[in-house]
Ligand binder design. Structure first.
Ligand code: BES
Ligand code: ZN
Ligand code: ZN
Length: 493
């Protein structure tokens, strides 16, 4: 897919098809009077939506494409634009329309950004496992940008970087567990680090054992694929004054991702029906890697690290047994009540590492609990935070990126349920499963750090079409992470 930002005049010459959003376009610049009347009559018809599909109309001998621009239930105005653009691109691919002009001279920058994202969502296909892959038709989208040419070019470049990162995350998530295991994930991360000039530190099983990162050791020891912890670092403020306001510490955002390349549940084995989706249990780590990739490529003025907590939760003769007790990196002892509650164990190490790095802000993201899937489903992620400003920032950045976040309570009344008879803690708690998991994580959050935990168990992967994902990884969270880095970075300048 190609996107070109043009002035009005050049756009007029090249259009095979025309895209517009309701009445925001001056048709006379591109259409004959007769054609304009036809457009107007279709537009009038569209006032009374909803519309099941796109409508076509022959205008001036060219195929003009009308996209279903009806408002969808529950979607914001910007997401509505994304969806319209996504459908347009899908249709252009199917009909093999080489050039589509988008008449966006009147569009606001954020509207254009939404449209560009919608177009690029249509450009993803995961067919590496097909014996005969069929590439997507490459359509060119010409954006007639009026006075906004320079601004829209900058936005298009940003969208391309963000979408490449989203696709990195999706590819990792969709790759099956016989190809993607901790070791191959590490190789992938090393390549990303090299390509984007990000520093990387890899701890293998020996190092994890030696340093006492026992969450990883405990979860990963049952598998023939050993666990790893990867720390990536991008410092976008080093060497310049940005972020160094007098007397205050410059922000350092650390993104911690759950990276279970497969979660069988361990000896507390999952039922067969819920297992195949567990190829997506490394979405947190994939999204953390994708986000730091984009943040580095965009050269955002902020210090960001990503900690990938990689392990496979498998059954073997060395698997952790229910009732086993280990000492976590911060000294607290943990009884493994349920081997399927493994994500919080590896994350205990990741949160500790974030503290060592000197984090001012920590976001951890994890496909952590089935309880969150039942509470909020596939369209909304639940988040927790110990800091109201950060929490508000998460919601706002999510809205900007058309990703929905709902604030959940770190309810202290449920904290006692995590206490164990022998150990300090156990890895299961009250019936409020998602809250218990968050309270467990809070035990490992370094002091005086703004922290937010995102439970993306519902939003990471879909088994039926949802917005711009047909099946598989959604890439949920990557954009909001990038936007947060942008907001925190620029706010400190
Ligand atoms: N990876 C799962 C959570 C999950 C469920 C993600 C469904 C995506 C879709 C996690 O490791 C898990 O199994 N959690 C248990 C915890 C319980 C044993 C306390 C759960 O939620 O059932
Ligand atoms: Zn599990
Ligand atoms: Zn899991």
């Amino acid at each position: 897919m190609k996107i070109q930002i043009l002035s009005k005049e050049t756009g007029k010459a090249n259009a095979n098809a025309l895209f517009f959003v309701k009445k925001s376009v001056q048709f006379s610049s591109i259409l004959s009077e007769e054609a304009e009347n036809q457009v107007e009559s279709v537009l009038e018809g569209m006032e009374n939506g909803p519309f099941e599909d796109l409508e076509f109309l022959e205008i001036d001998g060219k195929s003009t494409l009308f996209v279903n621009a009806a408002k969808e239930r529950g979607l914001s105005g910007l997401d509505h634009l994304r969806m319209a653009a996504y459908r347009l691109a899908k249709r252009a691919q199917k009909k093999q329309i080489p050039v589509v002009s988008l008449m966006l001279a009147d569009a606001a920058p954020e509207q254009f950004k939404a449209i560009a994202h919608g177009l690029f969502y249509a450009d993803y296909k995961f067919d590496v496992y097909k014996s005969k892959p069929t590439p997507l038709f490459e359509a060119t989208f010409e954006v007639v940008a009026g006075d906004h040419v320079a601004e829209f070019k900058k936005i298009a470049d940003e969208v391309i970087v963000e979408q490449a990162a989203i696709n990195t995350a999706k590819d990792l998530v969709n790759t099956c567990a016989n190809d993607l295991y901790p070791e191959t994930f590490v190789e992938f991360a090393k390549n990303v680090a090299k390509e984007f000039g990000i520093s990387i530190k890899v701890r293998d099983l020996k190092a994890l054992e030696a340093e006492g990162f026992n969450g990883h050791v405990t979860v990963g020891k049952g598998s023939s694929h050993p666990p790893y912890m990867v720390t990536l670092d991008y410092d976008g403020v080093k060497g310049n004054k940005a972020g160094k306001t007098a007397g205050s510490k410059p922000p350092h955002l650390v993104i911690v991702g759950k990276g279970l390349t497969f979660d069988t549940g361990g000896l507390c084995l999952k039922p067969p029906k819920s297992m195949p989706e567990m190829i997506s249990d490394m979405t947190g780590a994939a999204s953390a890697l994708a986000a730091i990739q984009a943040i580095a490529e965009l050269k955002l003025p902020i210090h960001v690290s990503a900690v990938l907590c990689l392990a496979e939760n498998a059954i073997g003769n060395k698997s952790v047994l229910p009732g086993d007790i280990f000492a976590a990196k911060n000294g607290k002892t943990v009884m493994v009540d349920n081997t399927d509650a493994e994500g919080r164990l590896v994350l205990s190490d990741g949160l500790y590492e974030a503290g060592t790095l000197g984090a001012t802000h920590i976001i951890d993201l994890a496909t952590l609990t089935g309880a969150m899937v039942r509470a909020l489903g596939y369209a909304v992620a639940g988040f927790f935070s110990n800091d109201d400003d950060l929490g508000l920032n998460v919601i706002n950045c999510g809205e900007t990126c058309c990703e929905k976040f709902w604030s959940m309570p770190l309810e202290e009344e449920y904290a006692d349920a995590l206490k164990d008879k022998f150990a300090d803690l156990k890895n299961t708690g009250s019936d409020a499963g998602a809250i218990s998991a968050a309270l467990f994580l809070q035990e490992f959050v370094p002091e005086n750090v703004a922290w937010s935990h995102w439970d993306i168990a519902g939003t990471a992967f879909v088994t039926k079409q949802w917005k711009y994902t047909e099946y598989g990884a959604t890439g949920f969270g990557v954009q909001t992470l990038i936007e947060l880095a942008r907001q925190i970075g620029f706010a400190s300048r």
